[in-house]
Design a protein around this ligand. Structure first.
Ligand code: ACO
Length: 326
């Protein structure tokens, strides 16, 4: 059995916040933000994670040509759902009318879509389910302290989605589908990027002092990313017996232009093979990879048999890389 991506979709909110807008709120400048990150603007939601996830999901289902009643599994990679329960995937199910689907969320911050994609792949390949919708959706705008210039300049909101179908024939004939992957986690370094906004609350406890906003050691996260991302890509390529030159696009988590440039350099690959959209959207966490994948797909840049690497990293710490044969 192979798990093949048969459709993609995405949604970003209409409201654009530019670097100049932020410079009116905190002591920063367009020049500083562009030089250090490559980000020019970001989108901010007024409706929340579920609404964005549903819009991206509808887009992907339409692109795949799959009726909602044929969906058997929905996984939403998010760490910023609108509520603790029900999960976002159940809300997407209700909005789509995908009554047969089993639904759950997966929390792995910016690695959320990648971890969800690999999870769906394993379910489909096992034969447990035949079709799956995988969504990456996040509202980082509600986790950042908008008076903290070291974090508020980085993030934006959005959602992206992919529809997968299992197929025995595709695997044997073309070797197409979501292929080898590697994933990793290091909870001992969780404090360098954290958001402790779900506080304990009961009559049995004293007053709580948790900040609620995201805290980040930017330099530590940067060092982690430039080391771990290329290493995980090299590992998955080795596992699959594929060379970097055979890869058409490296679809990396959109956190910082300098991180992506450093990975391209280390892998001795042309930077044109590393598409980016962070200039317009900033870091949209779990949405960044599927939004970029959808843009490339809709531009008609993907042909049958093209090899892609999808690679993400984020809070946890978490990271991973997956080979996809289109
Ligand atoms: N505008 C102007 N000056 C600023 C700003 C700002 N927005 N932010 C920080 N500065 C100042 C600092 O105060 C510091 O001043 P000082 O030298 O007087 O102390 C100076 O700029 C340099 O600060 P650094 O933190 O050293 O800047 P750096 O070059 O490391 O860039 C950045 C910071 C962009 C955050 C970088 O470290 C980075 O991109 N790290 C990775 C972050 C990331 O990817 N996070 C998301 C992970 S994915 C997830 O799961 C959410």
């Amino acid at each position: 059995m192979a798990a093949r991506i048969i459709g993609t979709g995405s949604y970003v909110p209409d409201r654009i916040i530019t670097n100049d807008d932020l410079a009116e709120m905190v002591e920063t400048s367009d020049a500083w933000i562009v030089e250090r990150t490559g980000i020019h603007s970001r989108r901010i939601t007024e409706t929340g994670t579920t609404d964005m996830a549903v819009r991206a999901a509808r887009n992907a289902m339409e692109n795949a040509g799959l009726p909602p009643e044929e969906l058997e599994l929905i996984i939403v990679g998010t760490s910023t759902g609108d509520c603790l329960f029900p999960n976002t995937a159940c809300e997407v199910q209700a909005a789509l009318g995908a009554e047969k689907a089993v639904c759950f969320d997966l929390s792995a911050a910016c690695s959320g879509f990648l971890f969800s994609l690999n999870t769906a792949k394993v379910y489909l390949e096992s034969g447990a389910y035949r079709t799956a919708l995988v969504v990456g959706a996040d509202t980082l705008s509600k986790t950042v302290d908008w008076s903290d210039r070291s974090t508020c300049i980085l993030f934006g909101d959005g959602a992206g989605a992919a529809v997968l179908e299992s197929s025995a024939a595709e695997q044997s004939l073309w070797n197409r589908g979501v292929g080898d992957f590697i994933m990793g986690s290091d909870g001992s370094r969780g404090e360098c990027l954290a958001c402790r906004s779900t506080e304990l609350c009961s009559p049995f406890l004293g007053e709580k002092k948790t900040s609620g906003f995201m805290t980040m050691n930017g330099q530590e996260v940067f060092r982690f990313a430039v080391k771990t991302v290329p290493r995980s890509i090299e590992e998955v390529l080795k596992k699959a017996g594929v060379t970097p030159d055979e890869i058409k696009y490296f679809i990396l988590h959109q956190a910082n232009e300098r991180i992506i440039a450093s990975v391209a350099k280390r892998m001795k690959q042309d930077s044109a093979k590393f598409p980016m959209n962070l200039a317009q959207y900033g870091n949209t966490s779990g949405a960044s990879i599927p939004v970029l994948l959808d843009e490339i797909n809709r531009k008609g840049l993907l042909k049958q048999g093209d090899k892609l690497i999808i690679s993400g990293f984020g809070a946890g710490l978490t990271w991973g890389a997956t080979l996809v044969v289109w």
